[in-house]
Design a binder for this molecule. Structure first.
Ligand SMILES: *Cc1c(COP(=O)(O)O)cnc(C)c1O
Length: 357
């Protein structure tokens, strides 16, 4: 028998969240971002579950797009980082991938080789990838007159601060992008990570690109996914494999970092940082047993962690423990570990089976 440490994936919740993204996209259509193995949920699981309602998928790199094709799905797949070699362009043409070209080197490959349908990335202020707004005229002109009536689908930009409603950066980026692309009204425009769907009045143009919100975790500073109307998709669960009473004055785990003030019933859970549970989650991080919240004690080990059973006196060895899911949001655990839900979801390791329900 394998240990019962699993990541349960609720596909109905995923579809609910996609519909919420679509309903918050204004006139835009939402492409589903399924990079990083579907944010840790299994790219094939996620793409298949959304296939009947999603018109386009988006991934970071071509291997991920090939995984969607090998699952038998035929929607166009946007490659958010473009292509990494000139040979990839042939795959793009043959398989209907739409690379987002972000630099002159990629455009040189395009000039010399096969032309898939593609997007141009505009750097409106993120300063990771893309052409500057003032460069766009000359970049498009250099593609030649046939580009704007065929292979060039349109323009993409990405927001740096859409998660922060007090920042004016997104308005600034939106204005720059809109002005830079105004000369080509027949081409499409794509902006909008998940956070942009929660910004009142934010234009999302033709295609928005929700990622994290599809999985039920929050894209917004200071809010959990459920507070935004999202349903958690992953429940990370592991069995309680041992219980004991730690006496007042005794410690638990590596570094003896937590010391009992009074006799405390505690339990060991079969999950640790080797499964992707964050080692930086300290004493007090929430988990749940039988729907009741309990707290972590001491340091997370590679294969185990300790919980205080005071809050769940009826807990028994063999009980499943929820590390995050419907009772404890992944956003809460992330904030206890000094990170974001994105990192926790994508960090669940291959040792943990994904079980779709
Ligand atoms: C990852 C990514 C997204 C999705 O972002 P979320 O914050 O997960 O919604 C959208 N656009 C680009 C370019 C990305 O890299």
């Amino acid at each position: 028998m394998p240990r019962s440490t699993v990541a349960r994936v609720d596909l109905e919740a995923l579809r609910h969240n996609f519909r919420l993204a679509q309903s918050r996209a204004g006139g835009a259509r939402a492409m589903a971002v399924v990079k990083a193995d579907g944010y840790g949920h299994g790219i094939v699981n996620v793409a298949r579950a959304l296939a009947s309602e999603v018109e386009k998928f988006a991934v970071a790199c071509i291997e991920e797009a090939l995984a969607i094709r090998s699952a038998g799905l035929e929607q166009p797949v946007v490659l958010l980082q473009g292509v990494h070699t000139p040979d990839d362009l042939r795959d793009c043409v043959q398989r209907g991938f739409e690379p987002v070209m972000h630099c002159h080197g990629q455009l040189d490959w395009l000039a010399a080789g096969p032309n898939p349908r593609f997007w141009l990335k505009v750097n409106s202020g993120m300063n990771r990838l893309g052409f500057r707004p003032e460069e766009l005229d000359s970049v498009v002109a250099a593609l030649g007159p046939s580009a704007t009536t065929g292979p060039l689908l349109g323009f993409v930009t990405h927001f740096a601060c859409a998660d922060d409603l007090t920042s004016d950066m997104t308005d600034h980026q939106t204005r720059l992008f809109e002005n830079a692309t105004a000369a080509w009204p027949a081409l499409m425009r794509s902006v909008g990570n998940s956070a942009a769907h929660f910004r009142p009045g934010q234009p999302l143009y033709d295609w928005s690109r929700p990622g994290i919100m599809l999985y039920g975790a929050s894209p917004m500073i200071g809010k959990t996914g459920p507070e935004l109307g999202l349903q958690p998709v992953m429940t990370l669960e592991a069995p309680l494999i041992s219980t004991r009473v730690v006496r007042a004055g005794e410690s638990v785990g590596y570094g003896a970092s937590w010391v009992a003030q009074e006799d405390t019933r505690m339990g060991m859970v079969a999950i640790g940082y080797g499964d992707g549970y964050p080692r930086h989650a300290g004493t007090g991080t929430p988990a749940a047993i039988r729907g009741k919240r309990v707290r972590l004690l001491g340091r997370v080990s590679m294969d185990m962690l300790a919980v205080d059973l005071t809050g769940a006196p009826e807990a028994l060895e063999g009980d499943p423990v929820e590390l995050w899911g419907t009772t404890v949001s992944v956003d809460e655990v992330a904030s206890c570990a000094g990170t974001i839900g994105y990192e926790l979801l994508t960090g669940v390791t291959a040792r943990v089976p994904r079980v779709c329900e």
